[in-house]
Design a protein around this ligand. Structure first.
Ligand code: NDP
Length: 294
């Protein structure tokens, strides 16, 4: 019997430990006309039906349009989803964060976010941001909080800041062609029990983005497993490392076939041999490199 691969968020003073499926759904460009809005909505609903319970969005995406799509997808079924949104760095001071969060909640049609992230490091002192996040928790408007696009030194600073040790995740760019986090960021997060949330897991951005889906090794392995290159990339992103799984991948898919493939990637097993071949074709860097970002 196979069980759905899961990643556990640690307990916080207000929330118990929580296990989530290792693949969720991104929403960047949803609600912006790339696909018809009702298709975006249906894609997210189909993802929920297929076990992709985590939905990642942000006030930035389409200036709130993606949050509105998520709100529509969740109408009448809010409890099926674990909803993540993000605040702009310039809104990350106490009063502004609370206002930004309330606006996100309105667009999402919910009274509470499961996770609220600082979208990237900015100039507002982190203690002000964490204070705002804690205030939002007290008000019942968010359950957990975390950060995004933080490199290892940013994470160390955040962790030393009041409230920072409660960070649930760091959301960063990570895929087979962009493995920089494996040198020091991921190991450090693992020590603190802070999972990685991997954006662009099928390489829409970051280094080698154009080459990965048509790479010979990726395509050979996909063929052998009767899978698609995107599924191989997803299964690789969420693979256990030293028997521990702590990466949640959040591919965005508006195409319903893509959604189904992404959900099926939860049960795709990469053998030791396949992993070794991918490692050889796309080795992890042996030295620290700056965090890849979109
Ligand atoms: P992804 O790597 O998820 O790529 C998305 C693209 O891949 C879309 O064009 C989609 O097409 C296509 N796709 C999805 N599934 C498949 C499949 N099975 N086979 C082939 N193609 C597929 O990139 P994103 O940039 O969207 O990253 C994912 C999410 O991460 C974002 O949507 C957002 O929520 C988050 N993010 C966070 C950032 C941050 O700074 N914190 C930065 C960037 C992203 P289609 O839509 O047509 O199905």
């Amino acid at each position: 019997m196979t069980t759905t691969p899961q990643v556990t968020l640690k307990a916080t003073p207000t929330q118990p430990e929580l296990a989530l499926p290792a693949i969720g759904q991104g929403t960047w460009y949803m609600g912006e006309g790339l696909a018809p809005k009702d298709q975006d909505v249906r894609a997210l609903q189909q993802g929920l039906d297929s076990g992709l319970a985590l939905i990642d969005t942000a006030e930035m995406y389409g200036n709130g349009a993606a949050e509105e799509v998520v709100g529509e997808a969740l109408r009448g079924r809010r409890d099926d989803a674990f909803v993540v949104s993000k605040v702009y760095p310039w809104n990350a001071g106490c009063k502004d964060t609370i206002k930004a969060c309330e606006n996100s909640l309105k667009r999402l049609g919910t009274d509470c976010l499961d996770l609220y992230l600082l979208h990237w490091p900015g100039t507002i002192p982190l203690e002000k941001t964490f204070e705002a996040f804690q205030r939002l928790q007290e008000q019942g408007k968010i359950k957990r909080f975390g950060v995004s696009n933080f490199d290892v030194d940013d994470m160390k600073e955040a962790y030393q800041t009041d409230g920072g040790s409660e960070c649930a995740v760091n959301q960063v760019l990570y895929h087979l062609g962009s493995r920089g986090i494996e040198h020091s960021l991921h190991p450090w997060q693992r020590e603190q029990n802070i999972p990685v949330m991997a954006y662009c897991p099928i390489a829409q951005g970051g280094s080698l983005r154009r080459e990965l889906m048509t790479d010979a090794t990726v395509m050979d392995i996909a063929r052998e497993l009767n899978a698609t290159p995107a599924q191989v990339l997803l299964a690789w992103a969420i693979r256990p490392v030293n028997d521990q799984r702590d990466v949640i991948a959040i591919p965005k898919a508006a195409n319903l076939e893509h959604v189904e493939q992404n959900a099926a990637a939860l049960s795709l097993q990469l053998s030791g041999d396949a992993l070794a071949r991918l490692d050889k074709a796309f080795p992890a860097p042996g030295h620290k490199i700056s965090l890849d970002i979109m």
